[in-house]
Write a protein that binds this ligand. Structure first.
Ligand code: PLP
Length: 414
């Protein structure tokens, strides 16, 4: 069936038994997050009237405001900006950074090099429109042994006037681990004890609903994420959010649109219902992604590959790494994921150049929404140690079948 070999079917049955306890934990997590979303909908009195649409300037869009309130409740935020005018998560991160920083300010990353697409935004790689070109300085403190470098953070905060600290929770295309909420809580309270004024901005991509709380409930000031990842639930057609302190969200709104109009404008063009359905489904879709990741982690480990995280590790995000050590393994696995998809299963992805990325990247994404990575998808830059970054799965069944197909492809099963 579907090019899945007997060997993989047999192995999968063993995996199912071994991961039972982990799957149960995910069901509990899903229930808790579902409860929170339902509370948000009821508190906001969501009704048919919120599914309406605006065009042009988008004045007085009641659905848009209601969606933003639902997000605020779910993310423990004072306020939120949830807009389809954000092209992607990277765009929202860009808007947020430009909103918070002024010439002469210093931006500090304490989780090492930020996500690839931010390199030109910050000016780590030359760009005429970067933060650097506006005289905004950048400093970086790398993680040590997958944890924050507390000593360097303290020294830097005490010797320099840092305006914004950026923390990227998910690993991006790096070899480090993603940052769990425990580690987040510890470092945020450490920072706030030294300097209450510094703005803590969190790149929360891939992390929503992987725990029951948000970085905002443990002291972060503003968080950013994409709607074609976790909180879009596989339904949102595009967009991103910025949530957190009211004054900071307002600054972001005035940067996304214009000073004086801010969040008051922005036509929703008929997507309100999709965004609401998206966040409604999100706890369950994130749970399916986590189950898919756990299944993949154990299966690939049993097949002899290095995986991170292990199936029973505490997870910070929905991303599963499989370290192939060779281009061939990475490419075959991604091609297998593609051929196990419902959409574009007949297409063969190959490594190619991508705007915003340094190395050639291979991307498997047989998705309803272009580039959606809450749907089963797998990608990775073609560089040592050839890591596949696997994520998504709208349902566990489709996720599991995709993994089984990819595993069979690795074994040479067409
Ligand atoms: C996905 C992601 C982003 C944003 O990527 P887009 O493709 O622009 O939405 C930013 N940071 C991290 C860590 C991510 O995983």
């Amino acid at each position: 069936m579907l090019g899945i070999s007997d060997e993989i079917i047999k192995l999968s049955k063993e995996v199912e038994t071994e991961i039972k306890d982990e799957i149960e934990k995910i069901d509990k997590l899903c229930f808790d997050n579902t409860l929170k979303v339902l509370e948000a909908f009821q508190k906001e009195k969501i009704s048919d009237s919120h599914f309406g649409s605006t065009t042009g300037y988008g004045y007085g869009d009641v659905g848009r405001r209601a969606i933003e309130n639902v997000f605020s409740y779910v993310l423990d935020a004072e306020d939120s900006l949830v807009r389809s005018q954000f092209i992607s998560g990277s765009h929202a991160l860009n808007v947020c950074l430009f909103a918070l920083l002024r010439p002469g300010d210093i931006l500090l990353s304490i989780s090492g090099k930020p996500y690839d697409t931010l390199e030109e935004v910050i000016g780590i790689r030359e760009n005429k429109s970067s933060l650097k070109s506006f005289g905004i300085k950048y400093e970086q403190i790398d993680l040590i042994d997958n944890d924050f470098d507390y000593k360097k953070i303290e020294e830097t905060l005490k010797s320099k006037k840092i305006k914004v600290i950026e923390i990227q929770r998910s690993k991006g295309y790096s070899t480090r681990k993603s940052i769990t909420m425990d580690k987040m809580e510890k470092v945020i309270s450490f920072i706030k004890k030294i300097n209450k004024e510094v703005i803590i901005m969190v790149d929360n991509c891939y992390c929503e609903f992987v725990s029951t709380n948000s970085p905002l409930s443990i002291g972060a000031d503003v968080i950013v994420g994409s709607l074609i990842k976790n909180l879009g639930g596989g339904i949102a057609p595009n967009g991103a959010y910025i949530s957190g302190r009211k004054d900071l969200v307002e600054l972001a709104a005035e940067r996304l649109t214009l000073p004086g109009e801010g969040a008051e404008v922005g036509p929703t063009l008929g997507i309100n219902k999709s965004l609401l359905q998206g966040i409604y489904f999100a706890p369950s879709v994130v749970a399916s992604s986590l189950k898919t990741a756990i299944f993949a982690s154990r299966l690939l480990e049993k097949m002899g590959y290095d995986v991170e995280p292990k199936y029973n590790d505490v997870r910070a995000d929905i991303v599963q790494n499989i370290i192939f050590g060779s281009e061939e393994g990475l490419v075959k696995f991604c091609q297998g994921i593609q051929s196990g998809s419902a959409i574009d299963s007949f297409v063969t992805p190959i490594p190619d150049d991508m705007p915003g990325y340094m190395d050639k990247v291979i991307m498997a994404s047989g998705s309803f929404t272009q580039g959606s990575s809450i749907e089963l998808s797998c990608d990775g830059p073609v560089r040592e140690p050839y890591i596949a970054y696997l994520q998504g799965g709208l349902t566990y069944g489709y996720g599991k079948l995709g993994i089984m197909r990819a595993a069979s492809n690795l074994r040479g099963n067409k």
